[in-house]
Write a protein that binds this ligand. Structure first.
Ligand SMILES: NC(=O)c1ccc[n+]([C@@H]2O[C@H](COP(=O)([O-])OP(=O)(O)OC[C@H]3O[C@@H](n4cnc5c(N)ncnc54)[C@H](OP(=O)(O)O)[C@@H]3O)[C@@H](O)[C@H]2O)c1
Length: 240
């Protein structure tokens, strides 16, 4: 039987690191820490090894297209694909950050939505029979999506991408609220991730039904990490 492999994006710290630890303890296969920064990634692997775990490392910056394609080629060549993919990498501006909202919108959507979609575009074809894909969204995303009309919940991937692009463009003219958008770049990005997960799960069940691949959006509440702060109250306004 071929070696099973699990890949977690942005796993040098926070929720991604916790997922890697749990996989190292429970998954019968090779577990990959991936990080955009090689130094931070390798340091994480060394720490885990010192705790008796045996993760591997591969560099992966989801904002860098060539990094995604290089990683996809690596996992295809070495393992014939992946069995578990956790799209965890994400960012959020702090509530006190004075960066203009339009810039926050562009940067947040770039990583959380567009780069996560790039990952899925390149890695979904590599997911093996019986594979599992988890997109780490947020309760903010599922809560917002549940409030949308059924028509909005049944968008095509292209329509969803168009909507996400429209949000970014409208923030540049300070017209996003007039356009019906909420005042949260993080919330919109995670609504996009949850909606994309529905779209791709439906596609998998249509086009690769026999492969029994399960794709879910996971929507955590507050978790104490660098992103979310030391208490729920310290979480950023745009991060809750
Ligand atoms: N904490 C919460 O309360 C909470 C709640 C709901 C959902 N989430 C979601 O859970 C996920 C993990 O968040 P966290 O709280 O663990 O945050 P975190 O501690 O800040 O960790 C974020 C991770 O993502 C990585 N990352 C950021 N941009 C990346 C990129 N372009 N390519 C590769 N890796 C990148 C970071 O790498 P660097 O170290 O290089 O920056 C870091 O490893 C995120 O998607 C977040 O939105 C968090």
């Amino acid at each position: 039987m071929s070696t099973k492999v699990a890949v977690v994006t942005g796993s040098n710290k926070g929720i991604g690191l916790a997922i890697v630890k749990a996989l190292c303890q429970q998954f019968e296969g090779v577990v990959y820490v991936t990080a955009r920064d090689i130094g931070r990634g390798k340091e994480t692997v060394e720490t885990l090894v010192s705790e008796g775990l045996k993760p591997m490392f591969h560099q992966l910056d989801i904002n860098d297209f060539s990094s995604i394609t290089a990683a996809a080629a690596y996992f295809k060549d070495k393992y014939g694909g992946v069995d578990i993919l956790v799209n965890n990498a994400g960012i959020a501006f702090k509530g006190a950050d004075t960066t203009p909202f339009a810039v926050q919108a562009e940067v947040t959507l770039k990583t959380n939505f567009f780069a996560t979609r790039d990952m899925l575009t390149h890695f979904l074809p590599l997911v093996k029979t019986g594979g599992r894909v988890v997109n780490i969204s947020s309760f903010v995303g599922s809560r917002t999506l549940n409030q949308c009309s059924p028509a909005l919940q049944e968008l095509s991937e292209e329509e969803l991408v168009g909507l996400m692009q429209r949000f970014v463009e409208e923030t540049k003219k300070d017209e996003h609220k007039k356009g019906g958008w909420p005042d949260t770049a993080y919330g919109v990005s995670k609504t996009g991730v949850t909606a994309l997960s529905f779209i791709l799960a439906r596609r998998l069940s249509r086009e690769r039904h026999g492969d029994k691949i399960l794709l879910n959006a996971c929507c955590p509440g507050w978790v104490r990490t660098d992103m979310a702060g030391v208490t729920p109250n310290s979480a950023t306004r745009r991060n809750v």
